[in-house]
Design a binder for this molecule. Sequence first.
Ligand code: NAP
Length: 251
Amino acid sequence: MHNKSIALVTGANKGIGLQIATDLAAKGLTVLIGSRDIEKGRAAAESIGTAAHALQLDVTDQASIDAAAQRIRSEFGRLDVLVNNAGVSHIPAADGSAPEGGLVEAGLLTVAPLEDVRKLWETNVFGVIAVTQAMLPLLREAPAARIVNLGSTGGSLAWNSEPGNSHRAMFGNYSASKSAAHAVTLAFAFALESTNIKVNIACPGHTATALNGFSGPRTVEQGASEAVRLALIDSDGPTGTFSDENGPVAW
Ligand code: NAP
C-alpha cells in the first residue's frame, strides 16, 4: 500500500488537467496522469517529476477504464482523489475541417448531428459517470476521498435563463453537456452523502487551452485553482457544491 495520497486526473496530458496534476504533486500527492495517448501521458508525467505516473485512460472506453482501475489497485493499492477533468468542446470533422458557419453555430442542438451530440456526451457526461463508478471501490476504501468534476458557468441553467444573457446564443451541445455534468455531480454527491467521500464541481473560468483555441483570458494556473482547492478540502469541507475561486456559482 502506497503511503502517500494518490490522485487520478483524467485528461491530464495538457491544459487545465496537467496544471491540476502539477499543483497536486506540489502539494505532496502522487498523481496519476490519465491520458488516452500513453506517450502524451508519459511526457506530461516527466514534466512534473517522480511524483507523477502516466496511466492510459480513455474515458469513453470501458476496457481502458477497467484496466486503469485494476492497475491503480495492483500498483498503488489506493485512490484518494479523482478529478474528472477530460472534456471536449466539439467533435472535429473526419478531415479536420472547421464546420461551415463556425463551431458555435454547428453545436446548436437545432442543427448538431445527433451522432456528434452522442459522441460529445460520451466524453463530457457518460465518461464522468463511467470513470467514477469504476474508481468508487477504491475511493470507498480511502479514509477521506474527494471527487472533483469540471463544470462551466456556460452550462449554468440559472445564469443562461436570464433573458438578457448574450451567452444564450452559444448554449448548444457543449453547454448542455456541462449542465448534465453538473447534475451528475449532484447525483453522486447525494448518493455518497453518508460516506466520507465529498463530491464537488469546479468552474475554471474562460481559460486559454486547446479546448477554445487558446482564446480564454485566464491562465491554466488560474483555471486549475478551484479544482485543486476542492480536491484537498478537509472533513469540514462541503459536498454537492458548484464553485469558482470567488465562491458558489449558480447551478
Ligand atoms: P484541453 O486543453 O483541450 O484538455 C482536454 C483534455 O481532455 C486533454 O487532455 C484531452 O486529451 C482530454 N480528453 C478528451 N477526450 C478524452 C477522452 N475520451 N479520454 C480521456 N481524455 C480525453 O481542455 P481544458 O480547457 O484543459 O479542459 C479541461 C476541462 O475543463 C474540460 O472538462 C472542460 O470542459 C473544462 N472547462 C474548460 C474551460 C476553458 O475555458 N478552457 C472552461 C470551463 C470548463 P487529448 O490531448 O488526447 O485530446
